[in-house]
Design a protein around this ligand. Structure first.
Ligand code: CA
Length: 250
């Protein structure tokens, strides 16, 4: 009966591994609905009903030892004790790059932008359909797989070393401080040297398909990256502008 109602059920067999989702939501009804929808799609779901207990779970060594570390985090913004923005900020500060989907009743553009700025990967405004939620989850996990399918060992290009698992980059032997977006951009570029990326492709890979800003955001981040990587940012040797197309690395 369930599979009849769910035309995507056959997709489940294509999932090579089970994806774990941590859902942080304080409204019981919404939390239960999301759990049912995710479990129907074959996800393993852990839940927390406030920010503090979510952080406790994420930071506990038992959680990682028992392989409960989530592949994806879905969270509300307005949470008791520790709010969603602070959770995002803290995880990103600690170098955790688990994809985060924010689901929130706060729908103003400022809230969306703020959520994305502090490191959320996607934003869904309540109320939303479960179909939409599942689609966003799939997209985020696909993107994650795509970026983690690149070699997880150190990536080197001339003077730049990128340590994917440590979220760390050195340039000419010195550590440079990159924001999560800058790090993901560089990781993507280094995974595909000389490949030309359009601004739209970079937005899709790094910010997510429904990113609200415009493609100038890419130019701004490229400029910041050049200032951190290039010896002479106005004469870039790593991040090359390909006129009429976009950018390439090397
Ligand atoms: Ca709430």
């Amino acid at each position: 009966m369930l599979s009849l109602q769910n035309p995507q059920a056959s997709d489940k067999s294509k999932l090579s591994q089970t994806n774990r989702v941590l859902l942080i939501e304080d409204e019981d009804l919404i939390r239960d609905m999301i759990v049912v929808a995710l479990e129907e799609e074959g996800y393993e779901v852990d839940t927390a009903n406030n920010g503090r207990s979510a952080l406790n779970m994420l930071q506990s060594s038992d959680f990682s030892r028992d392989k409960l570390t989530p592949d994806l985090i879905i969270m509300d913004l307005m949470l008791p004790e520790v709010n969603g923005l602070d959770i995002c900020r803290l995880l990103r500060y600690q170098g955790d790059i688990t994809p985060i989907l924010v689901v929130s009743a706060k729908s103003s553009e400022t809230d969306r932008v703020l959520g994305l700025e502090v490191g959320a990967d996607d934003y869904l405004t309540k109320p939303f359909s479960m179909r939409e939620l599942i689609a966003r989850c799939r997209a985020l996990l696909r993107r994650q797989r795509y970026s983690s399918s690149s070699p997880s060992s150190v990536q080197k290009y001339r003077d730049i070393n990128l340590f994917p698992e440590e979220c760390r980059v050195t340039v000419r032997g010195l550590e440079v401080n990159l924001s999560p977006k800058e790090f993901r951009l560089l990781e993507l570029f280094m995974s595909y040297p000389r490949r030309v990326w359009s601004r739209e492709q970079l937005i899709e890979q790094v910010w997510g398909a429904d990113f609200l800003g415009d493609t100038k955001t890419v130019d701004v981040h490229i400029r910041w990256l050049r200032e951190k990587l290039e010896e002479e940012p106005s004469q870039p040797e790593y991040l090359i502008t390909v006129r009429g197309f976009g950018y390439r690395f090397g």
